[in-house]
Design a protein around this ligand. Structure first.
Ligand SMILES: CC(C)(COP(=O)(O)OP(=O)(O)OC[C@H]1O[C@@H](n2cnc3c(N)ncnc32)[C@H](O)[C@@H]1OP(=O)(O)O)[C@@H](O)C(=O)NCCC(=O)NCCS
Length: 170
């Protein structure tokens, strides 16, 4: 399995099924346009035959200062905080059944891409609007809730990712 930038001409996504039809349809019908228009950048995990096992998207976003929990708020200036939005992420149910840990590998890749982006522009956090059933997955990687009623918008400071990067070295 390898992870590469999404290329609609090469990556076979026809049978992709994550258990969430909207995330499947987005990959199959809308993602290539979004990438073409630079609304998102997308990465896919693919098997040797080019079949998509999982994908995620990244785009520019910001966190309002008053969304941050009190302790974190003290560490950031009082204006919108630039962030990388993990907009969509899903893995194929068959890959999940085979215990390939595609989700973890994609999330670590997204963290690395976010760190890379900091060499070009200011990015202080990652942010994700998690599906209720996926909150636990992101929390395992240190994502924390922003101050939102539903508790589904999660963030991870780039500073934390930097500290974790040795773990990614392998
Ligand atoms: C959430 C999702 C991307 C995780 O991908 P995955 O391929 O299952 O992830 P991994 O196999 O790498 O899981 C890593 C660990 O997190 C755990 N985990 C997976 N999904 C989890 C969840 N929803 N809640 C809590 N823990 C979860 C796994 O059990 C695994 O634990 P282990 O290391 O002890 O075995 C995947 O389940 C998915 O696509 N779900 C449907 C679509 C969706 O909800 N997308 C998220 C939108 S915000």
């Amino acid at each position: 399995m390898k992870i590469e930038a999404f290329d609609p001409a090469r990556h076979n996504r026809s049978g992709f099924a994550s258990g969430n039809p909207r995330l499947d349809e987005y990959l199959q019908r809308y993602l290539s346009q979004s990438v073409k228009k630079s609304i998102v950048q997308a990465y896919v995990a693919v098997d040797d035959g080019g079949k998509v096992l999982g994908y995620y998207t990244l785009s520019a976003a910001h966190i309002r200062h008053d969304e941050l929990p009190e302790e974190a708020a003290k560490k950031f200036p009082r204006y919108p905080i630039p962030a990388a939005l993990l907009g969509r992420m899903a893995t194929d149910t068959a890959a999940r059944g085979a215990n390939l840990h595609v989700g973890s590998k994609l999330l670590v890749h997204a963290m690395k891409q976010t760190l890379k982006a900091t060499g070009t522009l200011g990015v202080a956090c990652m942010v994700v609007d998690a599906k209720p059933e996926a909150v636990g997955f992101y929390q395992r990687f240190g994502f924390m809730p922003l101050k939102q009623k539903d508790g589904l918008r999660l963030y991870l400071p780039v500073e934390t990712i930097r500290k974790m990067q040795q773990l990614f070295a392998a």
